[in-house]
Each structure stands twice: as structure tokens, then as C-alpha cells.
Write a protein that binds this ligand. Structure first.
Ligand code: FAD
Length: 261
């Protein structure tokens, strides 16, 4: 299988750097082809801007979505964007690995998503009408591929438990797992989170590698998070609200999980 690891940490000698090395080795030993987009090492430009479309006319009011669609259709995307899209098309599984920074991904990775996820590639895909609101949330360009987050946090696991002060980790990662990964079609497997990183010594590092290795070995067989598909009947279209009889009276991120799973 082909695995793309999109990696965001500025220091190769960091815990993340060591885990990245371990992950690549483990996947390759298992016979997979691995490609790493090491965003800091690549000096990835995270700033979505008119220059992303080489043909955007000077002086014309910049409309990010319009420009993105035209660039994809006409082959005028900046080459760095096209290269990353090709890697995504090549991959059978994609891993985002990053330290949790301010309850989200580092800005360089967010900027990778903003620029690589072009209109017509990751969004604006499929029929858009009052009866079909695009191929998204379970359908789309990246359907059939798997995705997983590997995240390190300074906070302890209980800080991210259902009643922890930081909020549940599944809620914190929901915008990434549901909004960024499930949206363009990925099957998202549960995240691998390494908590309390300041307490990671040699023994904990060995344990962290063993646990990560097991998750990588199981990447193809781990059940994906049962997010509800947009176009499978659970939502009223075009309002895109969950049908009232499902998770009746409830609200919050968890209602978008199929409880019958
Ligand atoms: P490092 O700092 O590189 O290492 C962590 C520990 O692992 C060190 O003690 C190191 O010695 C040890 N280690 C053991 N074995 C190895 C090895 N083989 N190689 C390297 N190191 C090893 N945390 C939260 O919980 N929530 C937040 O919202 C949050 N926001 C943050 C925002 C910013 C801007 C920053 C800088 C940090 C934030 N943090 C937050 C903390 C952050 O998530 C952690 O600092 C990060 O996950 C640690 O990963 P690292 O790779 O940088 O670890």
C-alpha cells in the first residue's frame, strides 16, 4: 500500500521527529511505500494567496474559491500545490502527524490544507443542487482512502477525557477528522494521541513506539469512525440538518456519529 505522511514539526530531533522516523521504518518494514511531506523541511508556503493561480489576472479582485477552481481546471496551479495533490491521489492512506498547538494543528499544516485542498479537488465536487449538496462527507475525490491523525500533546489524558478541562479529545479533533478528512471522502480511523509529552523518557518512548507501531500495523483493519454520510439519508437536504428522529433532542458533534454502528 502507499502511505503519505504529512508531518509538521520544526525540529527533526524532537519527539515527533523520532516518532516520524519510527513510523516510516515500521511501515516500510511491513512492505508499504512511504512518502513524507515534511512541511518545515520543504519550507512549505502555508499562505493561500493570488499567486497560487499562476494565471490570476493582476488587479482583479481575488476570490479564493474561484481562483482555486480555475487553476485546477486550467492547469495553472502553483506547482507545489499540484505535487501535494498528486501525492494524495497516489496514497491509499494518509497520516497527519503533528504536535497539538493551541488545540489544533500547527499553522503550517493548516496552510497545507488550505492550499492543497483546491475547489474541484477537495470541495465543490459532484452535483450541487437542492437535492444533492455535492459529493462530500463520506464521498469525494479521496473516497476509498484511509486517514489517521498522530498527535502529541503536553496535556495529560484526563485533561482530554469526557469531563476534562480541555474538552474531550474527540471534540477537539472533530474539525480536523470530520471537517478536513471525512469531508473529501477519507475513511478516518481513530486518532493515535500521545499525551503528557514532557514526561516521555526512554521507557515511555519505547512504549510510545510500540503503541504507534501496533496502530500502523492495524491501519488497514481498524474500524473507521462511524461518521454519518451526507448522502445516505440521515440529513434533510438542502438544510443539511440531521433528521429529527436520529439522536432525537440532542445536539453537539457526537450526533454525527452513527450510534447504531
Ligand atoms: P519534544 O519537546 O521534542 O519532546 C518531549 C519529550 O520527549 C522530551 O522530554 C524529550 O526528551 C522526550 N523524548 C523521549 N525520547 C525521545 C526521542 N527519542 N527523541 C526526542 N525526544 C524524546 N499542549 C496541549 O496539550 N494543548 C495545546 O493546546 C498546546 N498548545 C501548544 C502550543 C504551542 C505553541 C506549543 C509550543 C506547545 C503547545 N502544547 C500544547 C504542547 C505541545 O503539544 C507539546 O510540546 C508537543 O506535543 C511535544 O511534542 P514534541 O515533538 O515537540 O516533543
Amino acid at each position: 500500500m502507499n502511505v503519505l505522511l504529512v508531518y509538521a514539526h520544526p525540529e527533526p530531533r524532537s519527539l515527533n521527529g523520532a516518532l516520524r522516523e519510527y513510523a516510516v521504518h515500521r511501515l516500510e518494514q511491513a512492505g508499504h511505500n512511504v512518502e513524507v511531506s515534511d512541511l518545515y523541511a520543504m519550507q512549505w508556503n502555508p499562505v493561500l494567496a493570488p499567486g497560487d493561480n499562476l494565471a490570476w489576472p493582476a488587479g482583479v479582485r481575488f476570490e479564493a474559491s474561484v481562483s482555486s477552481r480555475q487553476a485546477l481546471e486550467n492547469g495553472t496551479q502553483s506547482a507545489d500545490i499540484t505535487r501535494e495533490q498528486e501525492k494524495l491521489r497516489w496514497a491509499d492512506a494518509v497520516i497527519f502527524q503533528f504536535p497539538l498547538w493551541w488545540f489544533s494543528m500547527p499553522a503550517i499544516l493548516k496552510g497545507w490544507v488550505e492550499r492543497v485542498y483546491a475547489y474541484g479537488f477537495a470541495y465543490g465536487v459532484g452535483e450541487h443542487s437542492d437535492t444533492h449538496w455535492g459529493d462530500r462527507y463520506g464521498e469525494g475525490t479521496l473516497a476509498g482512502k484511509r486517514a489517521m491523525l498522530v498527535v502529541t500533546t503536553g496535556g495529560w489524558a484526563p485533561h482530554y477525557a469526557p469531563r476534562g478541562i480541555n474538552g474531550p479529545i474527540d471534540d477537539i479533533l472533530f474539525p480536523i477528522q470530520h471537517g478536513i478528512l471525512f469531508y473529501p471522502g477519507f475513511d478516518v480511523v481513530p486518532p493515535h494521541v500521545i499525551y503528557r509529552t514532557s514526561k516521555v523518557g526512554e521507557a515511555e518512548f519505547e512504549q510510545a513506539c510500540a503503541a504507534l507501531g501496533k496502530r500502523l500495523d492495524d491501519l488497514w483493519t481498524t474500524p473507521s469512525i462511524p461518521f454519518r454520510k451526507q448522502n445516505a439519508g440521515a440529513y434533510v437536504i438542502p438544510e443539511l440538518t440531521l433528521r429529527p428522529e436520529l439522536a432525537a433532542g440532542e445536539s453537539g458533534f457526537h450526533i454525527h456519529l452513527d450510534q447504531s454502528w
